[in-house]
Ligand binder design. Structure first.
Ligand code: ZN
Length: 524
């Protein structure tokens, strides 16, 4: 799926360091990327495309944009995947309630999201992936788990109307690529379970590679689903058996009561009859009348929520992925479940870690209440821009408090950001104009790879220190602030302090303006 255009990324003298970030699992600061690697990998859960893009979304993607920018400043090649969950119950319900085609609703909201991300100067992901284009890889993953006894079937109840033969709204297209091993017979799951949960053992990066998915597409296994409606492999929904993952629960660290409560609240189905455990999550939902579905060797249906993200991580970033991120409300069940699926697909079964750091951004509230679709108190980025608010001011407002803090959006917060932007422009913009800055990269575009600017040579660093000592010190302060868990408020304070120290010359102003653009994503 097309992402969006990359903003300009000026290069700075010297080189930043790899930040430490707060890891939810260990409740400690950990390095955000592996040492002695040229790259750094990130997966961030994307939007469900309806009511895009509210300030809660913006705060999350701007937080991880700080990480991407710090990695680039440290010279890493960034490999960043983000999903878009365009096949999901809330979107389908919205489309049904408004009489809109779900694909049209999703496409319009995704386009709006792209425009908002561009306006907010968010560096695009290397891979922007939707559910629909991942279905072949997801089918392979679910089939692999089913074959290994890590997943099982739950028959549809009579009131579910039973599975339908033929895709609804998807043109009945077939999904191939599972091959001989993928179509589990009815007895497989039970026999595997009796011997303990099977090892999948596909290895790192083994599931859902893009080439695999593409080659699988069109292999035409739609016919395999002909058993639908009868007995055997393709009947019913497919659930993950969490008892196969001894490390389940460690991401959030919640007790079972909390898990059950949040599971019910956030899209889970603890009371579904026939599940082995109330918390077992859905992997593949058999087709129901009126719902979109795809033909597959699993039977016609559509993917569950968590498996999509696990498959994208494996296929795009590989495991271990350095950072998995998202809003704090994704911690449970979503990240708990998707990480469990990643472990199963990696064949590690409680062995090696599949995620280096689990990082969660705080939630945005309005008047003390969480900003959410269900409460109807969303503030949309597009609404603010259309009312004349500069995107740079929105970005500064969201950066003025730490990304992990749950925080309140208010007119005062926005006014303070607008005043700061005006102050910075007054103090730096005029002076910097006409002075050439660092090499600018960017414009990587859809599915482009963004690399860190080559660090300037020692001579250039010495020159910058000599020519603009105060400005170079500010750059170093900003880097240090961001290196400690992306502390944007301290980075903003470093710029404020620089301006408070009196007049500045053109070269110094240019260097600080470049640093604000490269590290904070704010263009003056
Ligand atoms: Zn996700």
């Amino acid at each position: 799926m097309r992402s969006w255009h990359c903003p300009d990324l000026p290069s700075l003298p010297g080189q930043g360091t790899i930040p430490v970030v707060w890891d939810t699992v260990t409740s400690s600061y950990v390095p955000s990327a592996r040492p002695a690697h040229d790259d750094a990998t990130l997966f961030v859960c994307g939007i469900t495309p309806y009511d895009a893009t509210h300030l809660g979304h913006a705060a999350t993607y701007i937080a991880f944009d700080l990480l991407v920018r710090a990695w680039l400043d440290a010279g890493r090649v960034v490999r960043y995947a983000q999903c878009v969950t365009e096949v999901d119950d809330p979107l389908l319900e919205r489309a049904a309630s408004t009489g809109q085609d779900w694909r049209e609703l999703a496409a319009s909201q995704i386009e709006l999201y792209r425009r908002d991300m561009e306006a907010l100067s968010v560096v695009p992901p290397t891979w922007y992936r939707g559910v629909e284009e991942q279905i072949p890889a997801i089918v392979r993953a679910v089939a692999t788990m089913e074959e290994a006894g890590q997943a099982y079937r739950v028959p549809l109840a009579a009131h579910d109307d039973g599975p339908r033969v033929g895709g609804v709204g998807a043109g009945g297209r077939g999904v191939g690529g599972v091959g001989a091993r993928g179509v589990g017979r009815a007895g497989d799951a039970d026999s595997a379970r009796g011997a303990g949960c099977g090892e999948v053992g596909v290895g790192a990066r083994g599931v859902g590679g893009e080439a695999d998915a593409d080659s699988a597409r069109g292999a035409g296994c739609g016919e395999v689903g002909a058993g639908v409606g009868g007995v055997g492999c393709c009947e019913g929904d497919v659930y993950a058996d969490l008892s196969c993952d001894p490390r389940f629960g460690e991401v959030a660290g919640f007790d079972r009561g909390v898990m059950l409560s949040l599971f019910a609240e956030r899209g889970g189905d603890p009371d579904r009859p026939g599940k082995r455990d109330s918390l077992d999550p859905l992997l593949w939902r058999a087709a129901r009348p009126g719902e979109p579905s795809w033909q597959s060797p699993l039977g016609p249906g559509r993917p569950g929520w968590h498996i999509e993200c696990a498959v994208i991580v494996h296929g795009c970033c590989g495991v271990p992925v350095d950072v998995q991120g998202g809003g704090a409300d994704l911690l449970f069940p979503h990240h708990e479940m998707s990480t469990s699926h990643m472990r199963c697909l990696a064949g590690t079964r409680g062995g090696a870690d599949v995620v280096g750091a689990q990082v969660h951004a705080g939630l945005i509230s309005l008047g003390g209440e969480k900003m959410s679709k269900s409460l109807g108190n969303l503030v949309l980025v597009r609404g603010l821009i259309d009312s004349g608010v500069e995107p740079a001011a929105i970005r500064l407002a969201l950066l003025s408090e730490h990304y992990r803090a749950d925080r309140d959006w208010s007119d005062d917060l926005l006014l303070a950001a607008q005043a700061r932007l005006a102050r910075w422009r007054e103090g730096l913009g005029h002076e910097a104009r006409g002075v050439s800055g660092g090499r600018v990269s960017g414009g990587g575009g859809p599915d482009g790879q963004v690399s860190g600017g080559a660090a300037r040579g020692a001579g250039e660093i010495a020159a910058a220190k000599e020519e603009s000592p105060r400005a170079y010190l500010v750059v170093e302060r900003m880097r240090r602030a961001l290196a400690l868990d992306l502390d944007a408020p301290s980075a903003l304070a470093a710029v404020d302090g620089f301006l408070g120290e009196g007049d500045t010359d053109g070269s110094s102003a240019r260097l600080v303006v470049d640093a604000i653009s490269a590290l904070l994503g704010v263009s003056l």
